[in-house]
Every structure is written in C-alpha cells, then in structure tokens.
Design a protein around this ligand. Structure first.
Ligand code: ADP
Ligand code: MG
Length: 506
C-alpha cells in the first residue's frame, strides 16, 4: 500500500547573492515515513527546509501540503498548516513551564479563563504518549537541550502536525539522548506523521530512516529507499563520484607502520568535547604530513580547533614532545610552537586593509606582544624570506593584501604562521578556492616544510590532494576517527571513500 503524500516540493529554486542555494529541487514526504535529507555542508539542506517552512521566499517552484498549493509567509503560517520544525537551538519559550510550552495557544479553557490544571494534565498526556515522564510545572530552561527538543516534539503532537522537521537535532546530543530522541521520532512516525530528518551522521540514517533524498551543490541527486542504497553509494552520491570507479575494495588491514620511533611533536589520546568530537587519538611526528579526510561536517575543523586550543576539550589529554601539555588557547599552542591556519581565509585570516608586509608579520608580532614592535629590519627579514620562498605575486610587500589573488593571499597566510617557526602547523583547507597553479605551489611549499622537519596536519575536502601529499591519513566519520591509513603506493582515493562509507566508530 503506497503511503499518502503529505507534502511535496517541486522544482524549488532559491538564490542568494552570488550563490544558487537550491536549483530545481524536488522533495516528497509521505505519511508514516522517516525521510533523511543528506548532503555535505552547504549542499542546501537547511535552505530546503526553510523553503518548506516559510522562512525563505521561493524564487520558483511549488509547495503543496495536504494536496493544496501553499505559499507560507513564515514559520507560524507553516505551523498552522501542520508543519512543525525542531531545530538544534530550540525555539520555545524558556521562561515558561514545560506544560505551557507544550500547550501554547492550545490551553484548555474553563468558565473562568484558562484551566491550568487541565492544561497541565493535557500536556502530561501528550508527553506520556511519547514515552516521556517530565514534570510539566518545571520551567523549560531547567531541562537539557535534548529534553527541550523532546518537549518541542510533544508540542508538535498537540498541534496535530502532519509533518515534523528535524534539522540536525542530534549534533549536540550524547548517545542515550539520541536513543531517546529516536524512540520519540519512531512513535511519531507510527502515528502517521511524515518526518523529515536532517543529519550528516551516516549511522543515524541507516538506523532510523526509511528513505533518503540526497542533495549536492543545491541540486537533488536522487531519492532512494534506504534499504536500496548501500552506505558506499550514499557517500559517493553525496561526494558526486562515479560509482563505476568505486570497485569493491577488500577490507585491508590498515595499520600504522610503527617504523618511526621519534617522539611525536604532538600526541593526543581520547581527546573529546561533548557533542563535537568523540575520543580522538592521534600523533604527529616531525617531518610528517598527516592528512585528515572525511566529509564536510565530519569533524575535521572541530578536531583541529581542539588541537590548537581554540576550543577546550572536556576529555582526554595531550602531550607535546612526550610531556603533558595544556593547549588551553591558541596562544598557549603557539607557545608550544603549534600554529594553525584557518579555513576561513576572509574572516579569520587576512586583514584586507593591511599591506602584505603587515599581514605577514602579524603572528610573530602578536607572539612577542604588541608592546615590543618588530623593527623594520626584523620585518624586512620576514618579508624577504617568505615572499621569496613562497613566491608571492606581485613581489610587493607594500601592496594591500586585498588586491592579491586568493592563492597569493593564502601564501601570505602560510608565511605568517611559518614566521613563528612552528614545529607543527595545522592547515585547514589551505588550497580551497585557489587556481591550480597556486595550489601546486602551496602543496610544494608544504612538502618542503615537512622535508625541513616540521610536522604538518593537512585538512582538505579534496581527497585527491590529501592522498597525494600525506604520508598518513586519519579518516573521520561522524566526529570519530574511524581509521588510520598509511599512505603507501596502493592507496588511492577510492580506498578513503570506502572507509568513510563503511568505517564504523570504534
Ligand atoms: P546545508 O544546510 O546543506 O549545510 P545550506 O542550505 O545552509 O546548506 O546552504 C546552502 C548554500 O546557500 C551554501 O552555499 C550557503 O553558504 C548558502 N546560504 C545559505 N543561507 C544563506 C543566506 N541566508 N544568505 C546567503 N547565502 C546563504
Ligand atoms: Mg544546515
């Protein structure tokens, strides 16, 4: 028996200045099904949800809910039509009680206005139907985000929503919270609600969802019954790789060749931060280029941020040259000679209105303290050394950096961190968005660095370049390191893709 279509989006296009977030996308939601919306970061998942829930106006295309064409003017409008949305940041009233939140706008009325006892009783019933025992008189803010999300779902049942949308609800939840959420979502499905579930955790899709729509670069790649889409095909579909190239790859023993006995520059064990990275262990040795591979959203940048102190871990420990070290801030990391170059060249990297010279000396200057300005001669030495070795074009230190090409800005950023004389440099997407020539030059600069004894942690979305220049590769999936690959001759990109698809968290 085919299930009823509850909501249907056809040929949806939404453009923002400079980017077509959605380009002719279709999405069909059916009663009694959990539908996963998958795609790398930036694929258009949130935008599609906002098209459905009336947050964004649609440039072209149609939305039908309950068989009628709709054009929602906002979330309240969509909600009135039966579409409930639960975000990671819960949109409830934290100063009201649990019961008031569940029943907001549907309070039970008596002869003298709202009958609060009856309202709380109704809220309790709604919660209990989902298997939740929560005191409805407690304030919403006294509960964890996980519980608040469950309360938001209970509210959707009171509103008799036909569609429940969950946009990455699980990113900050621990395992038992996820279990509880899934139990509630399954109950919703079993009552005939159409659930749209956005996540980038592959395991969760296979655990929970009946059907999958995959987006890539604002387009719909396809809709598949989960049972008919093996994990590897899902990943290659998300990445846009040719299936034909992904021959079945035997599970290889991908162990570390413990040939090198030098003490690691940095070693971390079970490093974690709740909801961000789970128990990561890795080591980086002098002269080694180590790649971090994984889908966008798999936790690459988050792991890097823990390693250089931008975020604090809440578990595990770190050693620098074999001694326990606290990398509590980027400054502390730099004192341990660990430098980091951000993936966000524009907002965390270059300072557009300063010259190339000023941009180059910035990290060294910050390290010594602004009270002790570098002399012109010291600046010249840095400028001379890195402009030449990195081949910055034009070779004019006085030029404003914003007038340089992306590739040359990236070289200046690299030079900025190299000038601090790091023993470990973490490079997050150092070649993103730059032309092939500059890309090759940066790759060469990185291999030169390693040849000079610097440890490099290299993060890139392009698996080809990770495989090309890394000696070892850690593979991340769903915020876990799931494998470590020694990059020998027989390793290629398909091996890494297979690991991302099939590796499971230890
Ligand atoms: P996802 O949820 O799959 O990670 P999004 O839907 O958030 O992806 O984003 C899709 C694309 O649209 C991205 O390129 C993103 O940068 C862009 N985008 C999303 N929202 C806006 C906005 N409000 N203004 C401009 N660009 C946006
Ligand atoms: Mg999103």
């Amino acid at each position: 028996m085919p299930s009823t279509v509850v909501a249907e989006l056809r040929d949806i296009t939404i453009a923002f200045p400079g980017v077509k977030a959605l380009d002719g996308v279709d999405l069909v939601l059916r009663a009694g099904e959990i539908h996963a919306l998958m795609g790398e970061n930036g694929a258009g998942k949130s935008t599609l949800i906002k098209a459905l829930t009336g947050v964004y106006a649609i440039d072209s295309g149609t939305v039908e809910v309950g068989g009628r064409p709709r054009r929602f003017s906002g979330t309240a409008d969509a909600q009135a039509a039966g579409i409930a949305t639960v975000y990671q940041e819960v949109n409830l009233c934290t100063n009201l009680s649990v019961g008031e939140n569940v029943m907001l706008g549907r309070e039970v009325r008596g002869r003298l206005g709202i009958d609060w006892s009856a309202t709380h009783r109704a809220a309790r019933t709604a919660l209990e139907l989902l298997g939740l025992q929560i005191d409805t008189r407690t304030s919403l803010s006294s509960h964890s985000i996980a519980v608040q999300q469950l309360i938001a779902i209970a509210r959707a049942t009171v509103l008799e929503s036909a569609v429940l949308v969950l946009d990455e609800p699980t990113s900050s939840l621990d395992r038992s919270e996820v279990e509880q959420l899934f139990a509630v979502v399954r109950r919703m499905r079993d009552t005939g609600v159409a659930v749209l579930f956005v996540t980038h955790f592959l395991d969760q899709v296979y655990e929970l969802c009946d059907r999958i729509t995959v987006l890539r670069n604002g387009r719909r790649v396809g809709e598949f019954p989960t049972a008919e889409l093996p994990r590897r095909e899902l990943v290659s579909t998300m990445l846009g790789r040719e299936l034909a190239r992904l021959e079945a790859i035997e599970d290889r023993a991908l162990a570390v060749g413990a040939a090198d006995s030098t003490v690691p520059v940095l070693r971390v064990e079970d490093l974690g931060r709740k909801g961000v990275i789970a128990g990561a262990s890795l080591e980086l040795r002098p002269g080694e280029i180590v790649g971090l591979a994984g889908l966008l959203g798999s936790g690459r940048t988050e792991l890097a941020r823990l390693l250089y102190g931008a975020d604090r871990p809440d578990a595990g420990h770190a050693e620098v040259h074999g001694r326990p070290a606290r990398l509590s801030s980027p400054r502390a990391a730099l004192a341990h000679r660990i430098a980091f170059s951000s993936e966000d060249r524009r907002s965390e990297g270059i300072i557009p209105d300063l010259s190339v010279r000023e941009n180059l000396v910035l990290a060294v200057q910050a390290q010594r303290g602004w009270a002790r300005p570098l002399s012109r001669t010291q600046q010249d030495a840095i400028v001379e050394r890195y402009m030449t070795s990195l081949g910055v074009q034009p070779p004019d230190a006085g030029a404003l950096i914003r007038n340089l090409s992306g590739g040359n800005q990236q070289k200046v950023l690299l030079g900025r961190w190299l000038a601090t004389d790091p023993e470990l440099i973490i490079l997050d997407e150092p070649t993103r968005g730059i032309d092939v020539g500059a890309k090759a030059e940066i790759q060469r600069a990185i291999t030169d660095l390693a040849a000079g004894g610097v440890a490099v942690l290299f993060i890139s979305s392009e698996l080809e370049e990770v495989v090309r220049i890394s000696q070892r590769i850690y593979v991340l999936q769903d915020r876990h390191i799931i494998a470590q690959v020694v990059n020998e001759e027989d390793i290629d990109v398909d091996d890494i893709v297979a690991l991302i698809a099939e590796g499971t968290a230890a």
